[in-house]
Ligand binder design. Structure first.
Ligand code: ADP
Ligand code: MG
Length: 255
């Protein structure tokens, strides 16, 4: 039904804007039409209208959280082809997707070669957390540590670490390509200590645990970090072929 804008509508729009109710602002005409068609009572109509606003608010918050998470790509667990990566336990990943690990402040570590879906699944879990109203931050390990080392120089490290400690789920991607110096190692250790048994971490890496000393300055430092990380942890090892390479090979002419 096409409606001519009248003064009542203008007033309603103005008030809904003033009281910051954008969901109702965008939908009230449509809902009035539906209410008339469906012969809805006043009370039911009011309830419907408020539910429209509630859903719209939830959606706005979800989008805000996803934006603030700084994902590199938007990937969903539902888009992951478990048939291709047969050695990833689908039930284990779906269980993680219920986010009970977040409630228990547990960590998740994905270990495997490039292209097997570590970032995809981590992002998918992060998206689920955003949908569930949790705050998430996705960071590449090298970039995160460079940034925090700069914060140390500028004297803002404490403040930044405090901010990071409030994030419900911190995803540190590709820890294996980082080589820490003493300074970064100390910052990283503070980060881990802060979150220990309080907030969850997801780490992805190409390195098995017996090679984590390559990231840190020595074996002792690696052991100290692992000691905390591994206390409450889900370890997901993914072996197998790179999805990217496989797709490329499929596309390539085979003559
Ligand atoms: P990794 O972080 O392990 O290097 P990614 O998660 O970045 O790998 O995966 C590389 C690309 O392949 C991404 O675009 C990802 O979405 C896709 N991908 C990897 N594994 C799968 C899979 N099993 N099903 C669907 N897409 C996949
Ligand atoms: Mg990756």
């Amino acid at each position: 039904m096409i409606r001519k804008e009248n003064t009542a509508d203008e007033n309603i729009r103005r008030l809904l804007k003033q009281f910051k109710l954008p969901g109702m602002h965008d939908r009230f005409n449509e809902e009035i039409d539906r209410a008339v068609e469906g012969n809805l009572g006043h009370r039911a109509f009011l309830q419907k209208l408020l539910e429209v606003e509630e859903a719209s608010k939830k959606d706005r918050l979800r989008l805000k959280r996803i934006k603030e998470a700084h994902f590199e790509e938007y990937k969903m667990i539902e888009e992951f082809d478990f048939g291709f990566q047969g050695n990833v336990s689908q039930s284990k990943i779906l269980d993680l997707a219920t986010l009970s690990f977040l409630d228990k402040h547990e960590n998740v570590i994905f270990i495997g070669p490039p292209g097997v879906g570590k970032s995809h699944i981590s992002t998918g879990l992060g998206m689920k957390a955003c949908e569930a109203g949790r705050s998430v931050l996705y960071a590449n390990a090298i970039e995160l540590m460079d940034y925090l080392a700069k914060c140390l120089e500028k004297g803002t490290l404490r403040q930044q670490l405090k901010r990071l400690s409030k994030v419900d789920l911190l995803i540190i991607d590709d820890l294996g390509y980082l080589k820490m110096d003493k300074e970064k190692e100390s910052i990283f250790f503070q980060l881990i200590r802060q979150r220990y048994e309080k907030k969850s971490l997801i780490i992805t890496t190409n390195l098995p645990f017996n090679r984590w000393d390559e990231v840190f300055t020595n074996e002792l430092a690696a052991a100290a970090v692992l000691d905390r990380l591994l206390h409450h942890v889900h370890i997901i090892s993914i072996s197998g072929d790179s999805y990217r390479v496989n797709k490329k090979l499929e596309e390539a002419p085979n003559d």
